[in-house]
Every structure is written in C-alpha cells, then in structure tokens.
Ligand binder design. Sequence first.
Ligand code: ZN
Length: 82
Amino acid sequence: MRQYKTISVQKQEVAKIYCNGCGKLIPKDQHGNFEEVLHIQKEWGYLSKRDGEIHIIDLCQSCYEKWINTFPISPVINKNKK
Ligand SMILES: [Zn+2]
C-alpha cells in the first residue's frame, strides 16, 4: 500500500518572447496566447563549425517574411487540410 502526500512542484513557462530579428516583444492575445512566431532550436553536430552548440531563435512574422524573401529558393508551403 502506498500513501501519498501533496507536494508543490515548480515549473517554468514562457513569460516573454522577444524577436531575435528586430527585438520586438511578441504580444499576447486576450487569452494569453503569444502571437505566432517561428521558433527554431538547432543543435549543431559533429560535421559543423559549431559542434556542440545549441542555437535558439524566435522570429516575429514580419522578420520571417523579410528573411524568406532573401532566399533564392522559397520555402515549400503546404496547407493544412482542416
Ligand atoms: Zn521581428
């Protein structure tokens, strides 16, 4: 038989997001959800110049649009079938 007790556990949640491209604070809607951003987390591997580094980037929608417009090949865009 096991008896349980209640304990408090601390957890972290995202409090603020800043765009790495322009520095803007990403706003929340009335429900507390952040406006959509591009979030990238990349752990560079052995065959890179940044082996062992983890890079984390958030880009606002405006910076994302500017960034992809610099690409010689546009991103592949698929639409969700809802
Ligand atoms: Zn931005």
